[in-house]
Design a protein around this ligand. Structure first.
Ligand SMILES: [Zn+2]
Length: 491
């Protein structure tokens, strides 16, 4: 879930690519997956930005959402639903949950006075502020005093703490969970959950003078997006993973857990906190310094798969990482073009030349087979170590290229006329390669899906599932098709 800024930023592209990779991986495992993404469109920040742009808030968010949908399209994001918090079903569920918690006596009317950051729409205590500014955004905090409904979040401190402590996978990576635990231990405060001065929000169902506090609305997308309390909600909740940025980890743990506990809804299994992407020198991307990278332009320049590959491979999942075009080009040229592209191209060309474009009879080389550690790849993905999984797949790509160099199929082809054994060996070598490439294409579907499709087309096979990552399944006699090169090198 993303609070709408003026334009999609690089971090959004990163988050979507990671979420997409995880969703596609689980589909590959044969699981039923619901991948929800979308935009959080209410609150004072949007109200203010719309006013600055001289637009009605609805018009403003409608225009912004176009960018985000385009970003998803450009990056080949396979979401099942793109939810907007202005969607009618979301508004209905938000009001239902508020009413449910209110009816239980867990929400009361009071007055709120406190320091408020308009950027993250969060209240802070005096000691949270740094020189009077938001600890996250550095923006000057405003003193706000108004009538407000309060959620008795303080009463949930122990329950939230118990959940975090008993479930090591509740918040990942582990360090982030520890930070949250320490903060919860200090005790949760009751949470102001309505605003009278913000018009751009969901009306509080019991008092139309108020709108819902933006987090009381936004977090509920995770259940409204799957049809709470019916439909897919019954099948998919509790969610396996919420993928979020570190700046909103508190909201997605302490606040979200308390709301769910109050509403009698089970808690999500894992909140995974991904890192930020910085500039080449490790600084925050900044508009004024001109170091902001437009993710849409980047995909137009390099294509979706090289960008996806770079983000998934370069940045250890769960940590911050740096971006530079030079590093992207290096991975594109070395690993994608020279590594994967060359393997596929060489193999298809040899099959054409030596076997008339038909996959020969053969058996996969036992030593080569051992170079693929499928168990390791699966474990990495299960542990959300995406970068390690991808690196493991590419070490098999490298092993296949080495196999070509060692076996020299071109020499076997020359020997073919003289030695009968060479005919059989050439068949085995080429079959080993082409069957390995088939498996590589299956494994790469979650990471670089368009490339996987192109490889399948060249091999004349359909997209496989993880079950088919077994050697010697490829049918001899299948016609291969020489496609264009998979990756163009970039200077
Ligand atoms: Zn802030």
């Amino acid at each position: 879930m993303i609070t709408l800024p003026a334009n999609p930023i690089f971090g959004h592209a990163y988050e979507k690519v990671c979420a997409d990779c995880i969703a596609r991986w689980h589909r590959l495992l044969g699981e039923d997956v619901f991948f929800l993404t979308g935009t959080d469109e209410h609150g004072s920040k949007i109200q203010r930005k719309a006013a600055e742009a001289g637009k009605q808030p609805q018009k403003y968010v409608d225009e912004m959402v176009v960018f985000f949908k385009r970003l998803c399209e450009k990056l080949n994001i396979s979401f099942d639903r793109f939810i907007r918090t202005t969607d009618a079903d979301h508004i209905k569920v938000s009001q239902q949950i508020f009413k449910k918690i209110f009816d239980k006596g867990e929400i009361y009317l009071g007055t709120y006075s406190g320091w408020y950051c308009p950027e993250c729409e969060t209240f802070y205590t005096e000691k949270d502020l740094k020189d009077g500014c938001c600890p996250t955004h550095g923006k000057k905090a405003e003193w706000l005093s108004e009538e407000s409904y309060f959620f008795k979040m303080g009463a949930y401190t122990q329950k939230v703490l118990d959940y975090l402590e008993k479930n090591p996978e509740s918040v990942l990576p582990a360090g982030k969970r520890k930070e949250i635990i320490n903060r919860v231990k200090e005790g949760l405060n009751d949470l102001s959950v309505s605003r009278v001065n913000v018009k751009w929000g969901i009306p509080v169902p019991i008092n139309e003078k108020h709108t819902l506090y933006v987090w009381m609305d936004a977090l509920l997308n995770y259940i409204s997006g799957i049809g709470y309390p019916e439909k897919e909600f019954k099948k998919f909740w509790p969610a396996d993973v919420h993928l979020i940025g570190v700046d909103i980890s508190w909201h997605h743990s302490a606040i979200w857990y308390s709301i769910l506990l109050a509403a009698g809804i089970p808690l999500p299994k894992t909140v995974f906190v991904h890192g930020f992407i910085n500039t080449e020198s490790g600084e925050k991307m900044s508009k004024s310094k001109g170091t902001v990278i437009d993710p849409i332009e980047l995909t137009e320049k390099f294509g979706a798969d090289p960008v996806r590959y770079f983000l998934l491979r370069e940045i250890p999942f769960g940590q911050d990482g740096n971006f530079s075009e030079a590093a992207l080009k290096e991975r594109l040229n070395n690993e994608l073009a020279n590594g994967l592209g060359n393997l596929v191209n060489r193999t298809i060309v040899m099959i054409e030349k030596y076997c008339g474009g038909k996959i020969p009879e053969g058996k996969v080389d036992a030593a080569l087979e051992k170079k693929l550690d499928l168990g390791k790849i699966k474990n990495h993905m299960q542990g959300l170590e995406i970068h390690h999984a991808l690196s493991e797949i590419f070490s098999f790509v490298a092993a296949c290229n080495q196999f070509i160099n060692d076996k020299e199929p071109w020499s076997l082809f020359e020997k073919k006329a003289r030695e009968k054994s060479a005919v059989e060996e050439l068949g085995n070598v080429l079959y080993s390669l082409v069957d390995s490439i088939r498996i590589i294409a299956i494994l790469l579907q979650p990471f670089i899906p368009a490339t996987a499709e192109k490889i399948n087309a060249q091999l004349g096979v359909k997209a496989g599932s993880l079950k088919e990552c077994e050697f010697n399944l490829l049918k001899a006699g299948t016609k291969t098709t020489k496609g264009g090169i998979l990756f163009k090198k970039v200077e």
